[in-house]
Design a protein around this ligand. Structure first.
Ligand code: PSU
Ligand code: MN
Length: 301
């Protein structure tokens, strides 16, 4: 695994680093929205005083801290495979370019010693048959890291996903909310375990979690920013039409989530992408504030 020098230095000096995934850039968002998302996430992390580290497989090399030139290639989306945790070793051995999902990104980030990770929405339990559950949940259940997200993606069965998070001992804390955010909207029906209102509280909870020997991730559920949220009616109509399209095309496996996100984009006339970019930026900013709080508490001790 290659940890970029800048990231390695920051980690060994105890300076704050935020890991970011790359599948949202190469599969989740269209060109050129993926570039805008990437630039806004990086800027948010840097402006809060942390160092951003994008994870990926670059021509077979697992990387934490994607270089600018490799990032350019990934933003074209061409020839870049979607890599989940179980795909890492094979994608590396076969020399592939792979964009890492949440599950794969957590593996690489944790191995490099990064404590905080940001994404848009995690994967979870899909609606309808055949049964489909994201490996994001599996890796969140066994990698001790803080994962900042806007809940799970709205294309999923959010109640079932919340139940699985409970079963897998993955604590969910609402940031400034009592409800699990629903990705494109703030959420008002599924309660989170706990509400917190500051990055310092998240840092303290994570420290306790580790001190007690827990090995799962902590999910920080951050509602999408006000002003870019979509209405429940718009989302449910868009998701229904996306699920219909999926059935008609017969896409399965890894292709499901990117196909559903693209169909939701069409059904909302692009509004879902605007929301997705805004919440990615907001999650990256919160992740940076949390890791800054975590680093300053370590310095005090
Ligand atoms: N968040 C977004 N857009 C995305 C994703 C997250 O705003 O496209 C990606 C993440 O990489 C996540 C993946 O891990 O979708 C889930 O894919 P699957 O359902 O196949 O596990
Ligand atoms: Mn799946």
């Amino acid at each position: 695994m290659l940890v970029a020098a800048e990231i390695e230095d920051a980690i060994s000096a105890g300076r704050p680093v935020v890991a970011l995934e790359s599948s949202v850039l190469a599969q989740g968002l269209p060109v050129p929205a993926n570039r805008e998302a990437c630039e806004r996430m990086i800027h948010a992390v840097v402006s809060e005083g942390a160092v951003p580290a994008i994870t990926a497989i670059v021509r077979g090399q697992p990387v934490v801290g994607l270089s600018d030139s490799d990032l350019e290639r990934f933003l074209t989306r061409e020839g870049v495979s979607k890599v989940a945790a179980r795909d890492l070793a094979a994608a590396a051995t076969l020399g592939m370019d792979g964009a890492t999902t949440v599950s794969a990104s957590l593996v690489l980030a944790a191995r490099a010693g990064v404590k905080v990770f940001a994404t848009g929405g995690i994967g979870g339990v899909h609606r309808d048959a055949p049964f489909d559950e994201s490996a994001d949940l599996t890796e969140l259940s066994r990698i001790p890291i803080i994962c900042v997200c806007a809940g799970a993606k709205a294309i999923l069965d959010l109640r079932a996903t919340a139940e699985r998070l409970e079963t897998l001992s993955i604590p969910v804390v609402g940031f400034g909310t009592d409800w699990l955010p629903e990705f494109y909207s703030e959420g008002d029906s599924i309660p989170v375990g706990f509400r917190v209102d500051s990055p310092e509280q998240v840092a303290r909870i994570f420290e306790q979690h580790l001190a007690l020997g827990m090995s799962s991730a902590i999910l920080v559920a951050n509602p999408p920013p006000e002003g870019c949220r979509l209405s429940k009616e718009v989302i449910s109509a868009a998701v229904r039409s996306a699920l219909g399209e999926l059935q008609a095309t017969g896409v399965t496996g890894k292709g499901v989530t990117p196909a559903l996100l693209a169909a939701v984009e069409r059904a909302t006339g692009g509004d879902s992408v605007t929301t997705n970019i805004a919440l990615l930026e907001s999650n990256a900013r919160l992740a940076a504030r949390i890791v800054v709080a975590l680093s300053s508490s370590k310095k005090k001790r």
